[in-house]
Ligand binder design. Structure first.
Ligand code: MRU
Length: 350
């Protein structure tokens, strides 16, 4: 169950390849990018989505930006990258992994001698390392999280926090992959995740690729599912975790956490440390992306709402740390998170 099969982000022949997630599950189409601004637009337009996958894409987009800048200004290519980086940084506001990857690649750019012949190779190697590390982090998290689960465990997940949303293997779906492989998880429920249907289109498709049975529910069925005792853990990913453990994730995550607390069901967030924003003291300051009204007024581009109706479409929400039982990262598990525990985990060497 290594899930090496699903690779949303690839690098081939000096190009970035992105699996067009807007077309799944009907079509498996890779789009090719050789310009960083076009890769940034692909992030904005949700060709690629999910916080860690956005980070990995941004790392490769920085390689494209360097290559474009070198073609324009061989001597001053590091400075010439600036407008391209500024454009990339604005592609989506909530996932901190975008910013994290840019900062890490920028450090690599800054450390290079501008005249170095192999500068591009060095940058590409750094992007590939970011990609590899993300997959490894997900596998480590899967093992850590599996130890928390009881036997015969039912889980509910939200959105798509799988291989598609990461460099590979997945955060929440990585936990589910490991939990199923270890015999702990016996039933997986997935919210369909309106309005973009990441659960129905992507999570269901991805789990079925690995022959993991999945039961889809309407988002509004989640509290009833909990009341019926069908799940023991809610497992989700995150787009940004504040220093105090508040968690920004796909809209609807907060409702799940509130309902889980009421029903005495455990709530887990699986995310690599690249998703933790130590410069953000609490969730209050996390920018929440709003997307076009049309996404709520219709389904897959087909209008269903009454003509004249407007919509409000925030696509993330913030779950307070007090509703989170465990944050699982590649560095370890933080139970009942708070600022001190998260800082200690971030400073640990493992
Ligand atoms: O709008 P999306 O599809 O990019 O939102 C994705 C999510 O909210 C995921 O749950 C989150 O990025 C964690 S992905 C491992």
């Amino acid at each position: 169950m290594s899930n090496d099969g699903i690779q949303p982000v690839q690098w081939q022949d000096n190009q970035l390849l992105l699996l067009d997630q807007r077309l799944l599950p009907e079509q498996t189409v890779y789009l090719h990018y050789s310009k960083s601004n076009e890769a940034a637009d692909a992030i904005t337009d949700m060709v690629v989505r999910g916080a860690p996958a956005i980070g990995v894409t941004a790392a490769y987009a920085m390689v494209l930006a360097a290559s474009e800048a070198m073609a324009v200004s061989a001597d001053n290519w590091q400075q010439a990258m600036s407008p391209l980086i500024d454009y990339l940084a604005k592609a989506r506001p909530t996932a901190i992994n975008l910013h994290w990857a840019i900062v890490r690649m920028q450090a690599c750019v800054d450390a290079l001698d501008s005249s170095k012949d192999d500068a591009l190779d060095i940058l590409l190697e750094e992007a590939k390392t970011i990609h590899r590390e993300d997959i490894q982090a997900n596998k480590t998290m899967g093992e850590f999280a599996s130890a928390l689960l009881p036997e015969n465990c039912g889980v509910l997940t939200h959105c798509n926090a799988g291989a598609l949303a990461t460099g590979g293997y997945g955060t929440a779906l990585g936990v589910i992959r490991s939990g199923v492989a270890n015999g702990k998880i016996t039933h997986v429920y997935a919210d369909e995740t309106r309005p973009w249907l990441q659960g129905a289109r992507l999570t269901a498709w991805e789990l079925l690729q690995d022959k993991i049975p999945v039961t889809l529910i309407a988002d509004s069925a989640a509290a009833y599912l909990m009341q019926q005792g069908k799940v023991q853990w809610i497992v989700v990913g995150s787009d940004r975790i504040a220093a105090n453990g508040d968690v920004a994730n796909k809209i609807g995550t907060y409702s799940l956490a509130v309902a889980a607390k009421y029903h005495g069901i455990k709530f887990m967030v699986a995310a690599p440390t690249s998703t933790i924003d130590m410069n953000m003291p609490s969730g209050d300051g996390i920018p929440i992306e709003s997307r076009p009204a049309d996404e709520v007024l219709g389904v897959m581009g087909q209008r269903v709402a009454a003509e004249g109706a407007d919509s409000w479409n925030p696509v993330f929400d913030v779950t307070p740390a007090s509703l989170v039982d465990a944050i699982v990262t590649e560095k370890g598990v933080v139970e009942q998170p708070n600022t001190e525990k998260i800082l200690a985990m971030m400073q640990s060497s493992s």
